[in-house]
Design a protein around this ligand. Structure first.
Ligand SMILES: Nc1ncnc2c1ncn2[C@@H]1O[C@H](COP(=O)(O)OP(=O)(O)O)[C@@H](O)[C@H]1O
Ligand SMILES: [Mg+2]
Length: 370
């Protein structure tokens, strides 16, 4: 799994035992290095035009990088290749455009996760299942969130009201009230998660991210900037909805800043962006879900202590628990959920939940490469 943040390559080695009490067994998890030049390339794809030749190269490049990571991961644990039934790979999202728009006189929506599946299969000698979002997009869905079926199958509890909140580059949630059914699921992206925080850290402080939220904590909230950021229509829009770096990028921040006739202090900008993130998540929970739920947190954003404190103070009727309590490494949740989607593909079981993605029907997700 490689998410929007381009902060690492998450590898999870997972076993699914259909006929056992412990259906899901996470044997190993590790985040390996994502090359800085790859991360740079991904941000450039959003901000400037890239030639088709570079996109072609990038897919094969990623297959090499991923294959090396997988080979390293397996050798370090002495796991023989023939014990691995398949690799499920998300690919690096370079473009996500779930809303239909006019293209060559047709209404087209699309999503693009870079990685060449055949190359990855050849370089590892393991079958690969990838391109997991396209099937849902083709049926009019958002192609996201796809972790919903994993959340439902492993976290639905008829004695507890739950929300699963993942704060990655983008924040997304799955709403799991008691007695919920698969046909009646709500799951969606809330808005930005860490993306704008990382971009601002990079721009103003030359660091990759705001460790523990310390910079934000040292700044002062700028109410004017906060309300400009909130003019963004996505946060308040009704689900189903999904988003990405096409929206939450440096231009988004610069556009808001340009409406002020002064330049706020960088630490105040970080503070305001962090408050914006907490407010955006809370707005979605309060308006589209119910507040007094158990909120199970995953994703890199849970390490941002200041962001978590803000969330806890706004959502003071909720209980926050880490997904680690359920035996799932919190940085590994998405990788594990995508492994599950790969398993569903092999079993011929549908992976999208139309009530969450907005697709016309449920469908088997993925493409297989030998
Ligand atoms: N100690 C920390 N303090 C603040 N933010 C952190 C910390 N650790 C990780 N993060 C944030 O988490 C992000 C990675 O989260 P992740 O869930 O991997 O996102 P994605 O799915 O987009 O890759 C980093 O880019 C960083 O912003
Ligand atoms: Mg990540």
């Amino acid at each position: 799994m490689t998410g929007t943040s381009c902060d690492g390559i998450d590898l999870a080695y997972v076993e699914f035992n259909e006929n056992s009490d412990s259906f899901l067994n996470v044997i190993a998890f590790e985040t390996l290095n994502y090359p800085a030049e790859a991360s740079q390339f991904v941000s450039e794809c959003i901000n400037e035009k890239k030639h088709i030749s570079e996109l072609s190269q990038f897919g094969f490049y990623l297959s090499e990088i991923f294959a090396e990571s997988i080979n390293e991961f397996l050798s370090a644990r002495k796991i023989p290749r023939n014990e691995v039934d398949f690799i499920a790979v998300h690919g690096q999202t370079l473009w996500h455009n779930p809303m239909k728009e006019n293209f060559l006189n047709r209404q087209i929506s699309s999503t693009y996760q870079a990685v060449n599946l055949s190359a990855l299969a050849k370089l590892t000698g393991i079958h690969v299942i990838g391109d997991l979002r396209s099937g849902d997009i083709a049926l009019g869905g958002q192609g996201a969130p796809l972790v919903t079926i994993f959340d439902y199958d492993f976290f639905q509890d008829n004695s507890k009201d739950r929300i699963l909140l993942n704060i990655g580059g983008i924040s997304n949630l799955t709403y799991l009230p008691k007695e919920n059914s698969k046909e009646n699921m709500m799951a969606f992206d809330c808005g930005q998660g860490n993306t704008l925080l990382d971009l601002a850290c990079n721009k103003y402080f030359g660091v990759g991210y705001d460790k523990d939220g310390e910079i934000a904590k040292s700044g002062i909230l700028n109410e004017e900037l906060l309300s400009l950021l909130f003019e963004d229509g996505f946060i308040k829009s009704t689900p189903p909805k999904s988003t990405g770096r096409e929206k939450y990028n440096l231009a988004f921040l610069e556009n808001a800043l340009s409406k002020l006739d002064y330049s706020p202090k960088p630490s105040d900008i970080l503070r305001t962006l962090t408050e914006f993130t907490a407010e955006a998540i809370s707005f979605n929970i309060k308006n589209f879900c119910t507040e007094d739920f158990e909120i199970i947190i995953s994703g890199g954003g849970r390490n941002n202590i200041f962001l978590m404190d803000l969330l806890a103070s706004i959502l003071n009727n909720s209980t926050f628990v880490s997904i680690e309590q359920f035996g799932i490494p919190s940085d590994g949740k998405e990788a594990i959920a995508f492994a599950y989607l790969g398993w569903l593909y092999l079993k011929g079981i549908t992976g999208n939940l139309p009530s969450a993605t907005g697709a016309k029907r449920s469908t088997i997700l993925g493409t297989f490469a030998i």
